[in-house]
Design a protein around this ligand. Sequence first.
Ligand code: CP
Length: 326
Amino acid sequence: MNTKLRGKHFITTQDWSVQELKTIFELAKLLKLEFAAGKINHSLDGKTLGMIFFDASTRTRTSFESAMTQLGGHGIYFAPQTMQISHGEGAKDTAKVLSSYLQGIAVRHCTYGEGNRYLNELRQHSSSPIVNMQCDVYHPAQILADYFTLTEHFGDNLRGLKLGVSWTYAPNYIRPLSVPQSLILMMPRFGIDVTLAHPPEFKLMPDIVAQAEKNAAESDATFRITHNMEDAFADTDAVIPKSWGPIITTTDQTAGLALIEKYPQWICDQGKMDLARKHALYMHPLPADRGKEVTAEVIDGPHSVIYQQAENRLHVQKALLSLIMG
Ligand code: CP
């Protein structure tokens, strides 16, 4: 266990060793139990997290803000249009000033080609840790919750677990690539064998795929890519089928939605779940496009752990914030 994490930025799990990530999971387990037992926690008394949301959120905002409250601290919600960011104030001045008031700065910025760059610019100039609440490349807090949820079902050692990550049809808007990219990066580092399925147009970023292959090879895990959705279900212990955009193919929203329309058959239904192992979990970070990405039978069925997964955002983020801001 490595507990020397005060001040460490959390932009991607790639910057964290497996030992450091394990520290988060150990603490999250403890904090979840303490919270269930009604124990008051003062780890972040007097500390403030600023949370800048360039994009909409239900779970991320609420779980980060509640995390701060439950640790004795305070979370401030910022909409960029109410800040001087709207008049062009850059990341350097924002980071220098806010980090003189705040003990942590968390940002959601999913605009393709901008979000991750903005977070890294903040990192360069901030004296407080920068936390990624989702950008165009990564959604690391979501993947902490996903991993933690898997350990609650399969135990602390997940080596050899088979996880399917699949693209799904969702025609209402274009989602970032950050969830599948963070999944394929982190899960193999814990020995989990990952199968990623997507139609040819929905490739992930090539450098992320190359890094995921390297991570898997270094951890004696497997990572493979297929264009057949069923492959992500066959003989798996858990599946995470969710939509993302065709960013590598086109950044044009209309063209992107037209590409999504080619694949309505990429839905997670009971037939596909039947290909997985009997105990297999259905997972989704939410929000899900019900009836398009997944049938009601599956998302509301006995193998679905979506609400446990969402709740675990709170517990892993409490652990993360106490370690880096404490
Ligand atoms: N999973 C997730 O990040 O949810 P929100 O977009 O509601 O924050």
